[in-house]
Design a protein around this ligand. Structure first.
Ligand SMILES: C[S@@+](CC[C@H](N)C(=O)[O-])C[C@H]1O[C@@H](n2cnc3c(N)ncnc32)[C@H](O)[C@@H]1O
Length: 249
């Protein structure tokens, strides 16, 4: 997923991808309003091959059952969850640059999962696992309370039209759920290039029990590498907003 395509997909009504055998539709039956649209995007043969080869090794199937995170990564290390990793370039880069942490990437879009599987394999990345499922259900059902050192939500679908705002991932209930899953001092880091969503995020987070680490929007933290689309957008005068809140206790 690129900034260039970020604007294209979200305004469609949900379409379940008929050609996604790894994504059974019943997995999504519990929630009525979702933050994603399963696009008709085709998986390339390479993405399909990497997904088929790698997911049995580094994929964690969705289950309505609390996950033992240390067992899933084979070690005790800080655990950071990323929601909606798109094509996974940023995720792979962060994991490679921070071998001291473990990363759990969540995405519903099959081609993106295949793309990240390729980056994990070719980059020899060992501290990254993937769950291909609705992240809200993963958080709710699988993540132990107080277990996460951080949660990343980078460039979530902005859902630009007011009648679609209810689909935005960042909502009071979602933030309360994230807070439960964070450890004390754990952080929620959101980034967006859509100003209205940036203001929305700041408002929702400011009304939550999390505390702001900055005075309003935050400078881009060093752990989030800028994407090439972001650099191009910044050169064209477009904005990007980072928002970093922390659990106090
Ligand atoms: C606009 S893209 C951004 C991707 C990437 N973070 C980036 O910066 O390029 C948003 C992604 O979030 C995914 N997504 C949205 N809601 C989700 C959810 N509830 N669970 C898992 N993935 C979700 C979408 O499938 C999409 O790939």
């Amino acid at each position: 997923m690129s900034a260039g395509t970020r604007s294209a997909a979200p305004e469609m009504e949900p379409i379940l991808e008929a050609s996604a055998p790894s994504l059974p539709t019943h997995h999504f039956s519990n929630r009525s309003i979702r933050s994603f649209v399963l696009r008709q995007g085709r998986m390339s043969p390479a993405q399909r091959r990497y997904l088929d080869e790698m997911m049995p090794k580094i994929g964690i199937p969705y289950r309505n059952e609390v996950l033992d995170l240390s067992a899933a990564f084979g070690r005790a290390a800080p655990k950071i969850l990323e929601i909606g990793f798109g094509m996974g370039e940023t995720t792979a880069k962060i994991a490679a640059e921070h071998p001291e942490n473990d990363y759990l990437g969540i995405e519903v879009h099959g081609p993106g999962v295949g793309a990240l599987c390729k980056l994990i394999d070719t980059g020899g990345i060992t501290n990254l696992r993937i769950i291909q499922h609705d992240a809200v259900e993963v958080l709710r059902d699988m993540i132990p309370d107080g277990a996460l050192a951080g949660v990343h939500v980078f460039f979530p679908d902005p859902w630009r039209k007011a009648r679609h705002y209810k689909r935005r991932l960042i909502q009071p209930d979602f933030v309360a759920l994230v807070r439960e899953k964070l450890s004390p001092r754990g952080y929620l880091h959101c980034a967006t290039d859509w100003e209205n969503y940036a203001e929305w995020m700041l408002e929702v987070l400011s009304a939550s029990k999390l505390e702001n680490t900055a005075n309003g929007f935050a400078p881009r933290p060093a752990h989030r590498p800028p994407t090439k689309f972001e650099n191009r957008g910044l050169r064209l005068g477009h904005g990007v907003w980072d928002i970093v809140f922390r659990r106090a206790t």
